[in-house]
Design a protein around this ligand. Sequence first.
Ligand code: ZN
Length: 449
Amino acid sequence: MLASRITSGRPWPIWFLLVFAALFLFGPKVTGDSLGLIEDTGTPTDSLKLDDSRLVVSSETDVVDPSGESASLYPMSPERKARLVSYARFKNIWRFVGFVISIGVLWLILVTGLAARMRDWARVAGRRFFVIWLFLGMFAVADYILSLPFNIYRGFVVESNYGFMNQTFLEWWGQGLLGLLITVVIGIIPIWFFYWLVRKFRRWWLVFSIGAIPFAVVIIVIVPVFVAPLFNKFEPLRDKQLETELLALASRAGIEGADVFQVDASRQSSKINAYVTGLFGSKRIVLYDTLIDNFTVEEIKFVMAHEMGHYTMHHIWWGLAVAIVFISFALWLVAMTIHPLINRFRERFRFDRLSDIASLPLVLIFLSVIMFLFQPATNAVSRLMERQADTYGMDMSGVSGETGAVVFDKLSVFNLSDPDPHPVIEFWFYSHPSLKKRMEFVRGYRPAR
Ligand SMILES: [Zn+2]
């Protein structure tokens, strides 16, 4: 799945990634966490990484110990517990701060007349399609520059302070720039499509949502195979014993003929992740090196069985279906509410209709706010799928409840992720059930047969 991120990346559940894929369609900010749609964050390029189903609420391992003896992190020391609490608190505050900042930046671009000015400049491009593209390029750069201090703080400084960052500042920054470039190159498709429909159809919101389906499918299919390798090296799993075990597991799950890859995710941030994906009959089982290095074979089997559960239960496609429903609803709300605002501020914005490309920042503000309000609903669906994948993982891997519980406990320790968040925070922001609940679930789980 498509993980996209806005300012400071964070892992997402499959289908939430899809919503993001769709937001990605709307254009700007492939990187960065300004929408605060997901729990937590890593680096801006998370956005482009496919991380399906994260097993965890936050998936970074700790790099505090560069020697690779992270095993010493487990079980958790009191100092580490204190850091976990402080990191969790910071993230909770940032969910709102980051959201407000992203809206603020867009609003600034709008009310200063910068958007209108960029539209005027973009007219040198001649044909409408290229005008829109040039505008998008300028807008994405302006948004990037204005957000940069906050992105550096959240995505690099904070992550470094908590010991997650495995990149130098320049590497981190370079990846952010690459993400920006990809946004501008790919973002033109949905943006142009959007403005074309707004001019052509009264029910543009409906046509857009339906039209986004093939685009989202292409992204889902392409990103794992063609985009992810731009950021990381994929190679056949080195541990052949583990490969054999995983292929046997896949076979039991009905996934035949898959290739098993490991990816050098530790280059960026030691986040733990894994996913299973398929393209034209070729299936890929992908493990982050951080998972391989820090978990036992039994634990990895449970993690991978969970991922296979997402795959065999077609969660990504269900996620897409749910995302499309929410997106059409969100766009409908935009269509219903945006015109009075444009009317009221037409002098200041220097445009008077939605079909004017200069309205893009305003459209993004509306979508951000609406999606933020939708989060409890979309996350509830996501948590349900995660529970299904956990059940599947227990059945298929056959590990003990205690092993499953250790996996979650380790994820909490390695990622400094709060196992027991406030219920409101979990309800609103968590795409996965809290680790404490998941631990209780696997401990009490009795296989069906
Ligand atoms: Zn999952």
